[in-house]
Ligand binder design. Structure first.
Ligand code: ATP
Ligand code: MG
Length: 363
């Protein structure tokens, strides 16, 4: 079987360390292993418009921000196809056909969409939920199946979308009796603490929309300020520390390798040792924040510097995006053709429709 990797992000802002640990690091690993036939990364502008319809300029501006982040972390245009969602005409067409395979009740049971509706205030009577927003899991199924992807590296909030996609694939293949669409699975981060990185404010998710992010492009001073502002429970330094729900430790789980202990905190060999000592008391939160700041600075410095260099090559990057989009248009059109043939709505592809009608009407 072919390995086809497909994933993407909404151009609603620059990418942050939640994206990095939740999905980008995994993409890099898959890219570097090289065990795939296609690797598509989509900038999901049409999806971003489902809850930003009144602000198209924001989406337009963030396409390049996201592209710079991709290239700065090391995604390689020779190995990955980058494309812009709204330029692929097959996607809304596939979405329209898939909408007939999902009930409204099933669509609205999606836990991620439910919590996003609350978070965005769409549940208030005066606002309401845009139909396009509620429908985005189906449009995401179109994105994934258009490339027949089997692997989707993404954060854990995407699991309900992947489940919805699998259901659509099974339903399509059952009704139209063709094995055209492929079932996919999520590739989650290896480290469970990265499934859904909390925000710097302790909110359950670091998210562009919540303003609680450390961006990949943040300057050193900004990073330091954000790390220092993380809320930890006030206590006397000699009192036992609390790790459960401690934002700093959640980030350490995601980033603190043993090498970072050797470099910045040689009193301890690894995170387990530090945790044991912290629980006993005697280690102040300022100390662990300083350690975390050192780590994040080390992680982000090369990304930030590469990003600055890349921002001098905008025409080349636009070209990468254009070429990738053209390739993605071709690939997705091919799947759409197969889908339409399976659904028997490819009327003028050859003479079979004509011949059937001639036979039926005997002329
Ligand atoms: P928005 O607020 O516009 O929805 P976002 O920050 O949630 O933006 P998305 O573009 O929706 O980002 O998500 C892109 C990818 O990053 C998805 O695979 C998602 O699971 C992952 N991701 C986003 N935030 C986090 C996080 N805090 N921890 C782990 N993964 C995340
Ligand atoms: Mg999101």
């Amino acid at each position: 079987m072919k390995n086809i990797i497909m994933t993407g992000d909404r151009p609603t802002g620059k990418l942050h360390i939640g994206h990095y640990v939740g999905s980008l690091r995994q993409r890099l690993e898959l890219q570097n292993e090289g065990n795939y036939d296609e690797f598509i990364v989509m900038i999901a502008d049409a999806q971003a418009l489902t809850d930003n319809a009144d602000n198209p300029q924001k989406i337009r501006d963030n396409i390049m921000e996201v592209m710079l982040d991709y290239l700065a972390i090391g995604l390689d245009p020779n190995k990955v196809t980058f494309c812009i969602q709204s330029l692929l005409p097959a996607l809304p067409e596939l979405t329209a056909y898939y909408m007939n395979l999902v009930t409204l009740q099933r669509l609205l049971r999606n836990p991620t969409v439910k919590s996003e509706i609350k978070e965005k205030g769409f549940d208030s009577e005066s606002a309401g939920t845009p139909v396009g927003f509620a429908n985005y899991p189906i449009s995401q199924a179109a994105d994934i199946t258009a490339f027949k992807a089997n692997l989707v590296p993404a954060g854990v909030d995407q699991e309900p979308m992947i489940e919805q996609t699998r259901e659509i694939v099974r339903c399509f293949n059952r009704i139209y009796k063709k094995d055209i669409l492929t079932e996919c699975k999520t590739v989650l981060p290896k480290n469970e603490s990265c499934y859904r990185l909390v925000g710097t404010d302790g909110n359950a998710k670091m998210s562009k929309s919540l303003g609680n992010c450390i961006y990949l492009s943040d300057e050193p001073e900004v990073i330091k300020k954000k790390v220092n502002s993380m809320a930890t429970a006030p206590r006397d330094i000699n009192d036992p520390g609390i790790i459960e729900g401690n934002v700093v430790f959640i980030y350490l789980e995601a980033f603190a390798t043993d090498e970072y202990f050797t470099k910045y905190y040689p009193e301890y060999k690894n995170l387990d040792e530090l945790k044991q000592a912290y629980l006993k008391g005697g280690i102040g939160d300022g100390t662990i924040k300083k350690f975390l700041n050192n780590i994040i600075q080390d992680e982000l410095e090369p990304i930030r510097e590469r990003r600055k260099e890349l921002s001098k090559q905008i025409p080349e990057i636009i070209n990468i995006l254009k070429e990738g989009t053209n390739k993605a248009i071709e690939l997705s059109n091919k799947t759409l053709e197969e889908v339409k043939a399976a659904m028997a709505i490819d009327y003028f592809k050859d003479d079979s429709f004509l011949n059937d009608q001639i036979k039926k009407y005997n002329n």
